[in-house]
Design a protein. Structure first.
Length: 709
């Protein structure tokens, strides 16, 4: 049996000595959170909201903290800060104060929620400099066309003076544990032409983007200092998310953020079910174990929208299950007390069922680290600035690769492109670079070092063809590592054409499953290359697809490689010149997916952290936990996988699990947490085997160890 790099690390460097019983011990309170609740109050709620009923619900579902509206554009307490307009339904009431006291009486922490991104029209003549401006200099209304509300600019004293004044007033009056800014920072850098921004430059320039991040970090740290003025273990956090497509520099923000809140509340339109799980993987790449919350809307996301109607319970459940599986904290969210406690109470049952179940098994959700042995490199600069040829965006290449990993049941992580230090990479047997087009010289060197140290790679399409600022290199930055040279401009199929085919030149692990054919469907776009050695596959270039009389080609064979596979010492290196992830995602043809799967199996030598065999589409996570290990299976075998919402779960049958425990770890008990029953297992040496008989929506196999010491 071959030993993988991951196992070597588990066995040597950090010899496994068993985990502390409580992984949470000694951590600050916000790293011990499991569940957060929020009824997002509206202006009218202070008129008749039942504060006791509100607090009782959150106590019943065992949340550790609640979000409570302070706001900034509308005060829920008798504020004295100028321009902080009080709710017209507030009367003599201190609504924030009452809610805060009710939560505290029940042992629930309180986070004050601010909205620093909006202010009223009436303020514009008095403080014109606070507002975002369009190219013509006009204030920018809020996108939902709420009458009289305009967007504020982060580069102004609205953020550095007004919002701090509100925060300090809250600190002075109430027993809060932290402060949170909704709607800030923007997932995508906004286009503002106010006086402050005009001095910086064009909003879509690299320079503006850099200054935007500098300012976001400066403001974040200012708010954090204000939070700490109240108590040393208080904190501030902002609104993040955006998944793989986030336009913010998450690496820089992650370095200052004690808490990452992903405002990623649910699915819209034709989006895959994994929206929360994928966000979790992205956030883990920058937070590395620190607090991440993901908001689950209990209300109906998507279009048309009903923000005050309960969404399908099964959809809310899958979102919360993905949140937990990917190591995030659940944040369950309803809008409006009047509707949520009165008109539509269905969301409460969903929350009760899932959150109370979750609370019963808290200790198994204290993750120490992911035990995946493969990672996708998250190329954030590419996602933000690069435009791929053809339709769609840079995120589609990642989606296609993600799909292949999920279909092949391979547990994996994301690593951020600015976090490629040897200590981060050495646990991975292989890295995947899904068209990471923008890549600096330093990043290329990191990858070369990783390969030098025995790591394997899969890279696709234009990976490393540009530097970090998007300037085209003459050749691939990773050309030497991958053994390739660019031979021409990228090419695609135009008009009504066949996309290119990949002709099989010789049998190899990459061609497995492609029997009874001389070629397979390639990809839509490709970079022509030269490569060392005899290629596994070659390109048959695009040719007409209509009319049928001319649907043929004279170039049935070329010498241009369509797939490159080479071994260098213990490293296995695959380069696929097509935009194969994007093509797989868009076309759904099995050939690009099969080629990706073959590449994954070959570079990983068929070995993954956990093997789960059985029918159905499921996404997996594997964690080292306080009590031992936890293997999470998310059942996506559902007719609503590609388009929400899941209206009922479609259970899958028996799954047989094989887990390789670290040397010296003896498993003493395995419990299926969703089924809430123990399971029989066998351990022979390091191999632990058991069967999960049935999975409704989600299952967690919790493996408890008794350390052999
Ligand atoms: Zn501005």
């Amino acid at each position: 049996m071959e030993t993988t790099r991951r196992e070597l690390i588990l066995m040597t460097g950090a010899a496994w000595l068993g985990s502390p019983l409580r992984a949470d011990e000694g951590k600050p309170w916000h790293q011990r959170l499991r569940r957060v609740g929020q009824v997002n109050f509206n202006e009218r709620d202070p008129a008749e909201a039942d504060v006791e009923a509100w607090a009782n619900y959150w106590a019943e579902v065992k949340v550790d903290a609640v979000l409570l509206n302070v706001t900034g554009m509308l005060a829920f307490y008798p504020t004295e800060v100028p321009f902080h307009r009080r709710s017209k339904y507030l009367g003599d009431r201190d609504f924030f104060g009452e809610c805060c006291a009710a939560a505290k009486k029940r042992g629930i922490r309180v986070i004050g929620r601010l909205s620093p991104d909006l202010q009223w029209e009436e303020v514009i003549p008095q403080r014109p400099e606070w507002f975002m401006r369009d190219r013509e200099g006009k204030p920018v209304p809020v996108f939902s066309r709420a009458p009289g509300l305009y967007q504020t600019c982060m580069f102004t004293s609205y953020f550095s003076e007004f919002t701090p004044a509100v925060m300090r007033e809250i600190n002075a009056r109430y027993d809060v544990d932290g402060l949170y800014a909704n709607g800030w920072p923007n997932f995508n850098v906004p286009r503002c032409y106010c006086d402050a921004c005009r001095r910086i430059g064009e909003p879509d320039s690299f320079e503006y983007h850099r200054r935007y991040m500098d300012r976001a970090i400066e403001i974040w740290q200012l708010y954090d200092r204000i939070a700490i003025e109240k108590r040393p273990d208080n904190l501030f956090f902002g609104n993040l998310g955006g998944g793989v497509r986030s336009g913010l520099d998450l690496h820089r923000l992650g370095a200052v953020a004690a808490w990452f809140n992903a405002d990623n509340q649910g699915r819209t339109g034709a989006s895959p079910q994994w929206g929360a799980a994928q966000q979790g993987r992205v956030a883990q790449a920058v937070m590395q174990g620190r607090t991440i919350t993901n908001v689950t809307a209990a209300w109906s996301t998507g279009s048309p929208m009903w923000r005050n109607a309960t969404k399908a319970p099964a959809e809310a459940e899958t979102w919360m299950a993905q949140t937990v599986a990917s190591g995030m904290v659940i944040w369950y969210h309803w809008l409006g007390a009047q509707t949520g406690l009165g008109e539509d109470r269905r969301w409460q049952d969903t929350g009760r069922r899932f959150l109370q179940w979750h609370a019963r098994h808290d200790r198994h959700f204290a993750n120490q680290r992911s035990i995946a042995n493969v990672a996708i490199v998250l190329g954030q600069r590419t996602q933000t600035f690069y435009t791929p040829p053809g339709e769609g965006d840079a995120g589609e290449e990642v989606q296609g690769v993600y799909y292949a990993l999920v279909e092949n049941r391979i547990p994996f992580d994301f690593v951020h492109e600015d976090n490629l230090e040897p200590e981060v990479l050495r646990k991975y047997d292989a890295l995947i670079l899904p068209n990471v087009a923008y890549f600096s010289d330093a990043q290329c060197r990191r990858i070369a070092d990783y390969v030098e140290a025995g790591g394997s790679l899969i890279a696709t399409f234009e990976t490393s063809l540009y530097d970090e600022r998007g300037r085209a290199r003459g050749d691939f930055g990773l050309g030497q590592v991958l053994g390739i040279r660019r031979a021409g401009e990228r090419q695609g199929s135009r008009g009504f054409q066949n996309s290119f085919y990949a002709r099989i030149e010789r049998r190899h692990a990459l061609t497995e499953g492609f029997e009874h054919t001389n070629w397979i469907a390639g990809a839509e776009w490709r970079v022509p290359i030269h490569a060392e050695g005899e290629p596994v596959m070659t390109v048959v270039p695009p040719y007409p697809a209509y009319p049928t009389e001319i649907t043929y080609t004279e170039s049935m064979r070329t010498s241009e490689p369509a797939a490159v596979a080479r071994e260098r010492g213990p490293s296995r290196l695959v380069y696929l010149p097509g935009d194969i992830g994007r093509t797989y995602w868009r076309a759904g043809h099995p050939d690009p997916g099969g080629l990706l799967a073959n590449a994954l199996r070959w570079v990983l030598r068929g070995r993954t952290a956990v093997e789960v065999r059985g029918d159905g589409l499921l996404e997996m996570f594997a964690w080292e936990t306080g009590p031992g290990f936890a293997i999470h299976l998310l059942n996506y075998n559902n007719p609503n996988f590609h388009r929400g919402s899941v209206r009922r779960h479609s259970p899958i049958g028996a799954q047989s699990v094989r887990f390789l425990a670290p040397e010296g770890a003896k498993i003493r008990k395995i419990t299926l947490l969703r089924a809430e029953m123990p399971v029989r297992f066998r351990q022979q040496g390091r191999a632990v085997e058991f069967t999960i008989p049935r999975t409704e929506d989600y299952e967690v196999a919790a493996l408890e160890t008794s350390a052999a010491r």
